[in-house]
Design a protein around this ligand. Structure first.
Ligand SMILES: [Fe+2]
Ligand SMILES: [Fe+2]
Length: 474
């Protein structure tokens, strides 16, 4: 399939041969651009940014680099190549041919899945829109904008599916995706985490590490879908998503590296002394981690879920890396979940595996989150500092699932509410923490220069030096 770059909307879906679809999308395009101008990165729409743009879905062309003004970015519609004779890989329709059209019985469920995924993409752009004004370097500023334009493209990917396969309902949903706004009192985004403000760069790195990783696992599940256009769309989105998590992992890693340097410079690990020296103390990093990890866990949904069982049974949403499992039908298997016993302890509940699919995916996510934590801890250990970052228990600070509303310590021990409240300051960012982190956020835009609280990256983008002018402010 060749990519059509002559069209107003770049695509590899032969948009030119479907006039009514093309017209519908061209009608939506100016609304998207208005949204981007109003709620995209504030103050940088005229800047030249060194961005990668997908020009084809193969290994050679999916990342083409060059300077571009963000409103001129070529947001396009790209689906991974079709696999000949693809079969549904799980659920009740296991082994049947994958669907090229929406199966009538599952139309509204499928639409809901696409809308929920689609809603997160513009939400994160909205959450991050003011971060450019306090960027720690031009390198980081560019990475922020790369993430933002790609989330914009992911919105395009979902809007394409809605327009192409869901008729008038789909077009209405596409309008709604631009009408809801992150944190809006009347029309908030669908999922909680995507209404949390991101007003400092430590939060931004935590978000790209933990929340974009939730995105990765949702996309992996949808990339297994029996509805082939959705599967192929998500497969290609995953290639872009990897960079977002890289920004998070290396961002947190650089914060930690700078803190370790300052610890050596001032020969102290006292949080107050470190703060005075302009670095972020490690207990504060841990509290931010606790917040964003626990918030992102809720995005996977309830641990016991008939909804999850249904979308699995119907072949709409599989498990991440479904091919790695032996049994793809899962009607006999069970899953052990722990839940509060109502007496301050923990009970085991055995449920049918299909009902525990959210938990299966959440567990795979937690394992994946550990990789970066281990890497950060290695750098702390190498510097000879007795501190270890940890992921809190999945019971900690949950708002969804059987642990919702229960007071649990980060190590997973249930405690009473009063004791929890008395210690919350140890576990979650306090107002003082946030004020301190905000006080560090000063815009740095001299090429190669870094803010006091973060170390430079190991290397630049696309083999360019770190001090390359990644954003020309104009
Ligand atoms: Fe995305
Ligand atoms: Fe992302």
């Amino acid at each position: 399939m060749s990519l059509n770059y002559r069209d107003r909307i770049p695509n590899n879906v032969d948009l030119g041969t479907n006039r009514s679809l093309q017209r519908a999308l061209e009608h939506w395009q100016p609304k998207f651009l208005t949204w981007w101008q109003d709620l995209g990165p504030e103050g940088f729409q005229a800047a030249d940014v060194y961005l990668r743009t997908a020009t084809s879905v193969d290994a050679k062309g999916w990342a083409t680099y060059g300077k571009v003004k963000m409103p001129d970015y070529r947001w396009g519609i790209f689906l991974a190549e079709q696999t000949a004779d693809r079969r549904i890989g799980f659920g009740d329709f296991y082994g049947k041919p994958a669907w090229d059209q929406v199966p009538g019985d599952f139309r509204s469920t499928l639409r809901r899945l696409i809308v929920t995924q689609g809603d997160t993409e513009p939400a994160s752009v909205e959450q991050q829109r003011l971060l450019g004004q306090i960027c720690p370097s031009l390198y980081d500023l560019r990475n922020l904008f790369q993430v933002n334009v790609e989330e914009g493209r992911h919105l395009w990917a979902m809007v394409y599916l809605l327009h192409a396969y869901f008729g008038r309902d789909g077009r209405e949903e596409a309008e709604e995706l631009l009408a809801r706004h992150s944190g809006d009192a009347d029309k908030p985004r669908i999922l909680g985490t995507f209404n949390e403000p991101i007003s400092d760069w430590l939060s931004f790195y935590m978000f790209t590490y933990f929340t974009d990783r939730d995105g990765k696992f949702q996309l992996k599940s949808l990339a297994e879908s029996g509805f082939d256009p959705l599967a192929r769309t998500c497969q290609f989105m995953l290639t872009e998503e990897a960079h977002h998590m890289f920004v998070g992992e290396t961002g947190i890693g650089r914060v930690i590296r700078r803190t370790l340097e300052v610890m050596n410079e001032i020969n102290s690990d006292d949080p107050e002394a470190l703060r005075k020296a302009g670095a972020i103390d490690l207990p504060t990093v841990q509290r931010y981690l606790n917040f964003w990890f626990s918030s992102s866990l809720d995005l996977f949904g309830s641990d016991v879920s008939s909804n999850a069982a249904t979308v699995f049974a119907n072949g709409l949403k599989g498990r991440p890396d479904e091919g790695r499992y032996e049994d793809h039908v899962c009607v006999e298997d069970v899953f052990d979940l722990d839940k509060p016993d109502g007496k301050g302890g923990v009970d085991i509940e055995t449920v049918p595996l299909r009902n525990a699919m959210n938990e299966v995916t959440r567990n795979a996510y937690v394992k994946d989150c550990m990789i970066g934590v281990k890497r950060w801890n290695r750098s702390i250990a190498k510097a000879g500092k007795p501190f270890e970052l940890t992921l809190p228990s999945t019971r900690f600070r949950r708002q969804i699932g059987s642990w919702a509303g229960f007071s649990v310590m980060p190590d997973g021990t249930p405690i009473d509410e009063e004791a929890w409240n008395a210690r919350a300051n140890e576990w979650l960012p306090t107002e003082a923490d946030q004020q301190f982190v905000h006080s560090l956020m000063r815009q740095v835009t001299e090429p190669g220069k870094m803010a006091s609280w973060i170390a430079p990256p190991d290397r630049g983008i696309n083999n360019l030096p770190v001090d390359y002018e990644y954003v020309h402010l104009g």
